[in-house]
Design a protein. Structure first.
Lengths: 139, 405
């Protein structure tokens, strides 16, 4: 299967690979997927309490090139957004940006799930109610 | 200078040996006759070329030329062998024994026959990929007509105990069919010494052309027959109709002859390269060989690199190195290799595997390059793998509640 140039670029030069200190109250961590399914994404955000702005985002992903690219792209998009804006990121935006073929749409769904899981982790840590999201049910 | 890309997917198909092509060329143009045309020189020429090739092919597996039935390839041979026996021996019984690690051409043929009333036993394999002989014998019933066990596996290269299997089959008066696609031409296969009743193989896995294969059908002790699955002019002793692919057959014959003459030397050289590759890659932390290492084809290695995903791994070098992975991330089912799962490997390890198939044209330079590329990519991907990080922190990955899709 041929990958799009954008996928290859993110795979070859992934943005924001790394780990934030998950014990910090300002850091939200989302760990989604399963090793048996061949995809695990961990996405972390660091939020400025005062502004609600995401100041940093990091990821680590076990998965195919499209999964790596989806999470790399997600971290790029998250930085500089407020948490409220981040909630609105849709997996289809990722599909479009990376030109993912139909068999790889689940990678984008996983990235969206990781964003939401990270946001909820942050909300929980800060005494906020967790948001309820609709199941995409693509997997 | 190293010429890229490097081809290490010889279990999928092999490049054709230039000597094979040379032998074939006249049979496309000059000697184009139909081997079944009995009354003019064009037909005679084609027929004598087919006869010669049939001898070359038979000789490689210790068969009589009359026992070679030409097919379009191993898949057709699997279908003809299994369906043909099922139909021909219907009066004797309907039970077939096979194994879960067989090629899809065998498994799906058996599934098809189940719909037509066949009773099929799918033997599990041990964790090294070999079948359990006691289990095989215990599975035999009065209605058993066929045991279908592959000679060597296409994904892990594990060689089944063919002689022992045939002895069990013989003891119980059951026919033994083997898919020897990966074995013939690579290791000595002898239908007499091995006690094989039916055997399928194909030219394109042994440096011959695609689209031509053969089914060996034993004529003596016992005389075996299969019901034709393709009706027509009654070619190939009535077992497989259709005008013979003369250039393909000539190439197949030449490929068999070359394999027979070069086998000892090729094996020595290729297995040394395989061992070099394997030794170097096992120096990578948390790398494991899948399947039995002793009873294994000399040119195959299947290695899992824990905590990196196979398809992601391939992407690191697949412009320059042609390889297969047990990860089936692109398939609709997202299921990893059923062969690796049958070994009892967790899905995570199956997703992390690479299959190396070396061949006649593999060089040491290519192996050195491959080791370097793979080692670098594994390290790079582990740096961005959350599983690797957890493993390094001593977290038991099984203790985590993963969100299963």
């Amino acid at each position: 299967m041929a990958y799009s140039e954008k996928v290859i670029d993110h795979y070859s030069n992934p943005k924001n690979v790394g780990t934030l200190d998950k014990s910090k109250k300002t850091v939200g961590t989302g760990l989604v997927g399963a090793p048996e399914c061949g995809d695990v994404m961990r996405l972390q955000i660091e939020v400025d309490d005062a502004t609600g702005m995401i100041t940093d985002a990091k990821f680590k992903t076990f998965g195919c090139g499209s999964a790596i690219a989806s999470s790399s792209l997600a971290t790029e998009w998250l930085k500089g957004k407020t948490v409220d804006q981040a909630v609105a990121i849709d997996n289809m935006d990722i599909v479009e940006e990376l030109n993912l073929p139909p068999v790889k749409i689940h990678c984008s769904v996983l990235a969206e799930d990781a964003i939401k899981a990270a946001i909820n982790d942050y909300r929980k840590k800060n005494g906020l109610e967790e948001l309820v999201f609709e199941e995409k049910g693509v997997h | 200078m190293l010429k890229l890309p490097v081809y290490l997917d010889n279990n999928a198909t092999t490049p054709m040996d230039p000597r094979v092509l040379e032998a074939m060329i006249p049979y496309f143009t000059e000697h184009f006759g139909n081997a079944a045309s009995r009354n003019h020189p064009f037909g005679w020429e084609a027929e004598s070329a087919v006869d010669y090739a049939r001898e070359q092919i038979a000789q490689l597996i210790g068969a009589d030329p009359k026992e070679i039935i030409f097919t379009s390839g191993a898949t057709e041979g699997d279908n003809l062998g299994i369906k043909g026996v099922f139909e021909m021996y219907a009066a004797k019984g309907n039970h077939i024994i096979t194994a879960t690690t067989e090629h899809k051409a065998v498994l799906d043929t058996c599934k098809h026959l189940e719909k037509l009333g066949a009773d099929v036993t799918y033997l599990e394999v041990k964790e090294d990929g070999l079948i359990d002989l006691a289990e095989l014998e215990a599975a035999i019933k009065p209605t058993t007509i066929l045991i279908s066990i592959m000679y060597a596996n296409n994904e892990i290269g594990v060689i089944q105990p063919v002689k022992e299997i045939s002895a069990i089959a013989k003891r119980h008066g059951v026919l033994f069919f083997t898919d020897a696609t990966q074995a013939v031409g690579k290791i000595p296969v002898d239908v007499i010494a091995d006690g094989i009743d039916l055997l399928t193989f194909t030219a394109h896995k042994m440096y011959g052309p695609k689209g031509i294969g053969a089914l060996y059908v034993r004529r003596k002790n016992p005389r075996v027959k299969v019901t034709a699955q393709m009706d027509g002019g009654g070619h190939e002793r009535g077992m497989r109709s259709g005008t013979l692919n003369v250039p393909g057959i000539v190439g197949f014959g030449k490929a068999c002859e070359l394999c027979r003459l070069d086998m000892a030397e090729d094996t020595k050289r290729i297995s040394a390269l395989r061992d070099k590759l394997e030794t170097a890659l096992l120096k990578v932390e948390e790398a494991y060989v899948n399947g039995n290492r002793e009873h294994r084809l000399p040119h195959v290695a299947n290695i899992s690199f824990k905590h990196v995903e196979g398809e992601g791994l391939l992407m690191g070098f697949n412009k320059n190195i042609a390889l297969s992975s047990g990860s089936a991330c692109t398939s609709a089912s997202l299921e990893p290799s059923y062969v690796l799962k049958a070994l009892g490997l967790g899905d995570d390890l199956a997703h992390s595997s690479l299959r190396f198939g070396l061949g006649r044209f593999t060089t040491e330079e290519q192996i050195d390059y491959t080791v370097e590329q793979i080692t670098n990519t594994v390290n790079k991907l582990r740096d961005m793998s959350p599983l690797w990080e957890m493993y390094k922190e001593g977290i038991d990955l099984n203790s985590i509640e993963w969100a299963h899709h």
